[in-house]
Structures are given as structure tokens and as C-alpha cells.
Design a protein around this ligand. Structure first.
Ligand code: AGP
Length: 607
């Protein structure tokens, strides 16, 4: 997720205004920054790796001529944070500049076509295909707006784009598909931004751009057109009454709630991984004799879930291990035949990096899955994948957990395919189900959030909760427990349901709340027995359950539904959502700050 901004001033110098706007978008990404302005028939660009303040110190981002320009603050998804990979990106002639938020699925095909056509690329990003496409169409005699339209119609994937051309200086052209884009207008200027925060000090009059639309900003005018038939869209401007802080949260009261609701988009991005990287990691895994899934906290819970996937799909036993325990527990066993798949959203968790350093010393192969390109984990890994969730501001992980599961599921499926462990029919079915998961998560958010909030009102005074599941759902239960305890400070316990009768069940007395994660399939039948065992001892049972499961609904005190048809191996993704919401609403109802829980840091960089 990145932040883009564009502006066309009626008079004056636009660079300082863009610079300030990017600072207000920095929460969307901050590993590199750049600005391009158009003036006197030329294009002027300043960009580099680093946070805005640092780059400004070095380059003086305000010192660019002209009253028309675009800017970008980056969260890397394709290509490490370097000067070459920072936006804006230019065409060969240096007359077209483009900034982009999103992921272009077909960029490799487009890049091959453009390179074959003589274009020279200077970055590893997906974005850079856009200015070269525009240049191609300009070369065929189209005007700038028509060239932008023709270029954008070649793109597949998610994008919010802002584009300028020194040959037609009075224009900023924008386009949107999935990634957010909003236009603002004031007496002195027209603006385009990834979202509201950058606009607020400049104007409160905005209009939202929808998918498949292109916007032409010129001399105080805003024209929105459909990319498909070029028809003009008549949409009114609205007045936004958000405070700046609310705007950064896009109207949500907390970043955590915003990030819970961002999951459908993030999951779509997690499915847009580059095949080459997925295949590379799969080949490394395939030749491994022993695979350790190394992580902490929520990322460990994702690894725990992944161990069920690798076992079920690939007949491969992997060892999920808490990073701080790795050396003492497996240090003597690690050797050149070992592979460490380290999962870390921040890519900077000290426990993980310390364990990796030891494993590298023992000649193990290090692979990485992270949300932060350019992090230490990406530098110490032989190969890595980026989950493409965008910055997660809330200390408690939410969208990054579901995206990690989505990536790990794709890895397990590729490995199963490579090893011939599952039929093509099964592969096709699971790939179809994976594609449908973002929509299912959106449906859970849409239909169950209010029910979860009411459940919190009912159980808000309880002093302890059990989270139980069987099979892969024991990982989902672990994550639900971690969420509740870390943001609402309620002691919570999680066990594989079958294990609870070997001790923990002694805690159960009348009214004790137990949350069961109970998807269809898998080990649901035996889970029914566990539910009855606890009911018989007076527990109040809340089930996260398949919407069609009348049997479980009839057995429990309360339930929250998830749409049917979710394979149990993918169930942690939609089934964790009610647990995330439960933790969030419980924290708020208890007066806790879900974004900044006490004693915790977003990235634990100490051992
Ligand atoms: C998650 O809600 C916690 N804040 C924490 O457990 C976190 O998952 C853990 O510190 C690992 O972080 P990482 O994924 O950045 O390595």
C-alpha cells in the first residue's frame, strides 16, 4: 500500500504542497518518496529511498518548479526500496511521469513486450510499465489523455495512478481499480490523493473515484469518465467532516478496525504474488529434508496453521517453532539439510533474526515471508515472499495474519502440485476456493460484525475465556486468544480442544465462556463431543460456525456464522475475523486502546 498525490494549482509552486501532502500520507508507506513537476516544457523529478524527512534533507523536495505535479510515498511490494525503484517512474524520453499504488498482475508480460519494442527499464517495479506504455501510445500519435486510457486498459490488477506529461503541461490524469483514489477541489487548485488525510488541510470538498474510472484534472476542472465506454460520470462532490486523525483511519475509530476491514483488499493482493517467487520458494522447500516454520506471536500462529496445510496437502511434516525457543530446542539438530521458513510481518523481530543467524551458521537454508521489503529478514534470506498487506499501524496484527495464511496456503498448494500429491481436480478446486476467500471475509465483516459487538456486551464482564479448536482450527483459536488477551488484557487460554480434558477443563464452572472455532469438515464431529463435555460442566459456549450447521447452532449458547463452503485448510482466514472483532470490541468496551496496548511494541527488536 502506498500513498499517491497529484495537484494542479491555478498559480504558484506546487512542490511544497505535494511534499506536505505526502507527509500526511506517510502512514500508508514510508520506505521511499518522490515528486515530479512539469514546468516550461520539462519534467523535474526528485526521488530517493528513505523516509520523507530524510530525503527532503538531502534533496530539498520543495525545490522543484511548476504548478503541476505528482508525488508518491512508497511501501515496497515489487523491488526493494532503492532510488531506482522509488516513484515517480518515467518513460524512455523522460517526459511522462507516473505514480502508482497497487499491484499490476500482468507487468512481466507487458515488460517483455515493451523491452522487445526497444524500451529501456531502470527499475524492478511493476509500475514502470505504465509510463512506457503511455510513451508507446504517444508515439502512435495519440494525445496524452488517450494514451493514458489506452495504457491503463492494458493493465490487470489493482491500481490508483496519477500521470503527467511535459508535452501537455496543464493536465494530471488519474485512474483507479481497487486501490483507493479521491479527488478534491478548492478555489486555487484541483487535487487527487490515495485517501482523505492529504486533502483535509486543502479542501473538504471531495469526490470518490470508483473502479474502472479515469479522471482528467485540468485548469480547475475535474472530468470523470468510464474507461470502458469513455462515458462521462456525473458524480457530486461531497463535504467531508473528518478530523485529520479520523481521516488517517478513513473514518474508523482505530487503525485496528480499519485494518480488520482492509482484509478483503489485502487478501486479494496476497493472491497476486509473482509466480517466479512462489515457484522459487516451492523448489527450496521441495528439496528440504527438514523444514522449520520459525516465528513469534501472531506469525507463529500462522506457521502453526501452515503446518497442517503442508501435512495435509504435501504429506510433509514441518515444525512450527517459537523463535525464542529454536536454538535450545533444535539447535543441535539443525544442519545443511535444514530449511528455515521464517515468517515475520516486520522482518525485524529480534528473536527471529537471532535464530536465523544461528541456523545460517549451521548452513541451513533460510527462506522468508514478510510484509516489509528491505527489512533485515529479506536481506538474510536466500529467497523471500512479500505478503503485500501494506503498513499495519495497529500493534495487534490482524490483516497481516490472514495474508500470511493466504500466502502459506499458496505455497503448500504449489508444493503439493510439484510433488504430485494432489489431483489436478483438487488443485483446481482449492485455487478456486482461494480466489473466493476475500469475498467470504467481506461477507463475514458485512453480516456478523454487529452480532459480535452484541456478544461482547453480553460477555464483557467475564474474567477469563477459553478458545478451543481442533486440527487447523486450533491455530485459529490460538490467534483469537492472543488478540483478546493482548488488547483487552483479559487472561485467555487456548488449547487444541481434545487436549483441554487433560487439565484445563478443571477451570470450567457455571457460566465460564468458551469460544469454539467450528468450521465444517475436518474434525467437526469429534469437536461436537468437546462442546457437549464443556456444556455438561456449565460452560457458556460461543461457536464460530458454518452458517449451515444447525446442529452446532442448536447446541451452543451463542454463535457467529461464516459462509459455507470454506475448505477447512483455508478456514483460519474467515474464521479468525469474528475473533478479531470480538477482541477489538471487547478492548473498546473496557476502555483499552486497541491500537496501542500497554507493554507491547509493533516490532519487538529486543531479545
Ligand atoms: C501480534 O498481534 C503481536 N503484536 C505480536 O505477537 C507479533 O505478531 C509478533 O511480535 C511477531 O511480529 P512479526 O510478525 O513482525 O515478526
Amino acid at each position: 500500500m502506498c500513498g499517491i498525490f497529484g495537484c494542479l494549482l491555478s498559480e504558484g509552486v506546487v512542490a511544497p504542497l505535494i511534499h506536505e501532502a505526502l507527509l500526511r500520507l506517510e502512514y500508508r508507506g514510508y520506505d521511499s518518496v518522490g515528486i515530479a513537476t512539469v514546468f516550461d516544457g520539462g519534467l523535474f523529478v526528485k526521488k530517493d529511498r528513505g523516509r520523507i524527512g530524510v530525503v527532503h534533507e538531502e534533496l530539498d523536495l520543495d525545490d522543484l518548479p511548476g504548478s503541476v505535479g505528482i508525488g508518491h510515498t512508497r511501501w515496497a511490494t515489487h523491488g526493494a526500496p532503492t532510488r531506482e525503484n522509488s516513484h515517480p517512474h518515467l518513460d524512455c524520453s523522460g517526459r511522462v511521469a507516473v505514480v502508482h499504488n497497487g499491484i499490476i498482475d500482468n507487468f512481466l508480460d507487458l515488460k517483455r513486450e515493451l523491452v522487445d519494442g526497444g524500451h529501456v527499464f531502470s527499475s524492478l517495479t511493476d509500475t514502470e510499465v505504465v509510463p512506457h506504455l503511455i510513451e508507446d501510445f504517444l508515439g502512435r500519435g495519440l494525445g496524452f489523455v488517450e494514451s493514458c486510457r489506452a495504457a491503463v486498459r492494458r493493465l490487470e490488477g489493482s491500481f490508483a495512478l496519477a500521470m503527467v506529461f511535459s508535452g501537455e503541461p496543464g493536465l494530471v490524469v488519474c485512474a483507479r481499480n481497487e486501490s483507493p483514489l479521491v479527488v478534491g477541489v478548492s478555489e486555487r487548485a484541483v487535487y487527487v490523493s490515495s485517501d482523505i488525510p492529504a486533502l483535509l488541510p486543502l479542501t473538504s470538498r471531495v469526490v470518490y473515484v470508483e473502479n474502472g474510472e479515469m479522471v482528467v484534472l485540468s485548469g480547475g476542472r475535474v472530468v470523470i469518465r468510464r474507461l470502458s465506454d469513455w462515458g462521462i460520470v456525473g458524480r457530486d462532490f461531497v463535504d467531508v467532516s473528518w478530523t485529520f486523525e479520523m481521516a488517517q483511519k478513513q473514518g474508523y475509530p482505530h487503525f485496528m478496525l480499519k485494518e480488520i476491514y482492509e482484509q478483503p483488499l489485502c487478501l486479494r493482493n496476497a493472491v497476486r504474488l509473482q509466480d517466479d517467487y512462489l515457484d522459487l520458494l516451492t523448489r527450496f522447500l521441495d528439496r528440504s529434508k527438514q523444514i522449520y516454520l520459525l516465528a513469534c506471536g501472531t506469525s507463529y500462529n500462522a506457521c502453526f496453521a501452515a503446518s497442517y496445510m503442508f501435512s495435509s496437502l504435501c504429506n510433509l511434516s514441518t515444525v512450527p517453532v517459537i523463535a525464542s525457543e529454536f536454538i535450545e530446542r533444535y539447535g543441535e539438530a539443525v544442519n545443511i539439510e535444514s530449511t528455515i521458513l521464517a515468517v515475520s510481518q516486520s522482518g525485524e523481530t529480534a528473536d527471529v533474526l537471532h535464530a536465523i543467524e544461528y541456523a545460517r551458521f549451521k548452513a541451513a537454508t533460510i527462506l522468508g515471508l514478510t510484509n516489509t521489503i528491505g527489512s533485515t529478514l529479506t536481506r538474510v534470506s536466500r529467497a523471500y515472499l512479500c505478503q503485500q498487506s501494506g503498513p499495519e499501524i495497529g500493534v495487534a496484527a490482524s490483516k497481516t495474519f490472514s495474508s500470511q495464511i493466504m500466502v502459506l496456503a499458496q505455497l503448500a498448494l504449489r508444493l503439493a502440485k510439484l510433488r504430485g500429491k494432489v489431483s489436478q481436480a483438487k488443485i483446481d478446486e482449492l485455487e478456486l476456493k482461494i480466489e473466493g476467500i476475500p469475498g467470504i471475509v467481506a461477507e463475514v465483516l458485512e453480516s456478523q460484525a454487529e452480532k459480535v459487538r452484541l456478544l461482547v456486551e453480553k460477555y464483557r464482564d467475564r474474567s477469563c475465556f477459553f478458545f478451543l479448536g481442533r486440527g487447523i482450527s486450533s491455530a485459529t483459536a490460538l490467534e483469537g486468544r492472543l488478540k483478546l488477551l493482548e488488547i483487552s488484557y483479559i487472561p485467555s487460554i487456548s488449547y487444541p480442544a481434545g487436549e483441554s480434558k487433560h487439565g484445563a477443563i478443571s477451570l470450567i464452572d457455571s457460566g465460564f465462556p468458551v469460544i469454539f472455532v467450528c468450521p465444517a469438515g475436518g474434525s467437526r464431529r469429534v469437536l461436537l463431543g468437546n462442546i457437549m463435555e464443556l456444556k455438561a460442566r456449565g460452560a457458556h459456549v460461543i461457536a464460530i460456525v458454518d452458517e449451515g450447521d444447525e446442529e452446532v447452532k442448536g447446541l451452543v449458547d451463542d454463535f457467529v456464522c461464516v459462509p459455507g463452503g470454506v475448505p477447512s485448510l483455508l478456514s483460519p482466514i474467515p474464521y479468525v475475523v469474528p475473533l478479531q472483532l470480538f477482541a477489538y470490541y471487547m478492548a473498546v468496551s473496557r476502555g483499552c486502546d486497541p491500537d496501542k496496548p500497554r507493554n507491547l511494541a509493533k516490532s519487538v527488536t529486543v531479545l
